[in-house]
Design a protein around this ligand. Structure first.
Ligand SMILES: C=C1C[C@]23C[C@@]1(O)CC[C@H]2[C@@]12CCC[C@@](C)(C(=O)O1)[C@H]2[C@@H]3C(=O)O
Ligand SMILES: O=C(O)CCC(=O)C(=O)O
Ligand SMILES: [Fe+2]
Length: 368
């Protein structure tokens, strides 16, 4: 079993060889990217809307707790990330994805690699390919940036470094709002470190690009999944596409609101909260006219830390529902079981709504 997050990512099956499509030159949706009705992305319907929380509101903790319990996702304002940094990371993504395909392929995620350019990692669980491309950054982007822009890589690296630093700080703040709403204190979470600032926490930056698509109703930008994280912070450009599954209500679009960031509950917070804050199933759909970009900061615990249900939440009537697991071990499990990963680490049968993703149609491992 891999001991570090980067080793676990290496064992994920996303390295399988897929034909890389030059999205800009395709005039018709190829059969390889045409999804069947059961996966069709055109069935969004709900009138409900995802909560927007002002982080400077004195009630922010309560509102965050409620949103985590009911939605598994919320948007935040007054988060402290400057508009100029959000613009810079968006431009960095735009510059990267607008490079010629041959250039992007120079920074491909290698078979045993961690970072780099490629198709969605979860592609192997679905019979069709997704209308998107991604670039994953773990640690320094320097090596890949040099391959992409041999003479002009420093600006990209500087922006990534600053974005990583700011996201890590915001993620720590959000963690305390989430944990606080579960009446958890610094004493209960030793791995938050001596200063309680989650200094050793790990973060992965995922840049996603969804080009305009000639047949959006039959295409899928990013297939339904939960993130394997504690939480994910997402910045989307001014084009909508992110949808979350709301029990009993279908897919709800999370509209891009200028300057607002989307926060979603990942599988490790689901485990930590003993199922009180369920991770949210989400997907990205595409459209005919607009190029969509999203920048996801995937936040997890320090390498080696075992995540298990908080002891505060466990008693004889509320037994721990999940066994302890590190992030890297969970990523390996996810690579094998995909949307059934949570159930595979569960100790007891669900009492009520836990592991709500089991009933949702997910892909089957298709390419070995
Ligand atoms: C740490 C990780 C989480 C992630 C897999 C990865 O190794 C790096 C990319 C992440 C991402 C981003 C897009 C959606 C997702 C399901 C995927 O295929 O790659 C997530 C993975 C995850 O959260 O499990
Ligand atoms: O592009 C989006 O809105 C979703 C991206 C996402 O789910 C991810 O990167 O994990
Ligand atoms: Fe996601």
């Amino acid at each position: 079993m891999p001991s570090r997050v980067s080793d676990a990512i290496r064992t994920q099956p996303g390295h399988l060889l897929y034909k890389h499509l030059d999205f800009n030159s395709v005039k018709e949706l190829p059969d390889s990217h045409a999804w069947h009705d059961e996966y069709s992305s055109s069935d969004s319907c709900s009138m409900d809307s995802v909560p927007v929380i002002d982080l400077s509101d004195p009630n922010a903790m309560k509102l965050v707790g409620h949103a985590c319990k009911i939605w598994g996702v919320f948007q935040v304002t007054n988060h402290g990330i400057t508009t100029s940094l959000l613009d810079d990371i968006e431009s960095a993504g735009r510059n990267l994805f607008s490079l010629p395909i041959q250039q992007k392929l120079k920074a491909s995620r290698s078979p045993d690699g961690v970072s780099g350019y490629g198709v969605a990692r979860i592609s192997c669980f679905f019979p069709k390919l997704m209308w998107s491309e991604g670039f994953t950054i773990v640690g320094s982007p320097l090596e890949h940036a040099r391959q992409l822009w041999p003479h002009d890589y420093q600006k990209f690296c500087n922006v990534i470094e600053e974005y990583d630093r700011e996201m890590k700080q915001l993620a720590g703040r959000l963690m305390w709002l989430m944990l606080g709403s579960l009446s958890t204190t610094k004493e209960d979470v030793k791995w938050a470190g001596p200063k309680g600032d989650f200094e050793e926490a790990s973060g992965v930056l995922q840049l996603n690009s969804y080009p305009a698509c000639p047949d959006p109703d039959r295409a899928m930008g990013l297939a339904p999944h939960t993130d394997s994280t504690l939480l994910t912070i997402l910045h989307q450009n001014n084009t909508s596409g992110l949808q979350v599954l709301r029990e009993g209500n279908g897919w709800v679009t999370v509209p891009p609101l200028p300057g607002t960031l989307v926060v979603n509950v990942g599988d490790l917070l689901h485990i930590l909260s003993n199922g009180l804050y369920p991770s949210v199933l989400h997907r990205a759909v595409v459209n005919r006219t607009h190029h969509r970009l999203s920048m996801a900061y995937l936040y997890g615990p320090p390498a080696g830390v075992q995540i298990s249900p908080l002891s505060k939440l466990v008693d004889p009537t509320h037994p721990p529902l999940y066994r302890p697991i590190t992030w890297s071990e969970y990523l390996s499990t996810k690579a094998k079981h995909f949307n059934k990963a949570l159930s595979s680490v569960r100790l007891c049968a669900p009492l009520n709504r836990y592991d709500h993703h089991d009933g949702v149609k997910v892909g089957q491992r298709g390419l070995g």
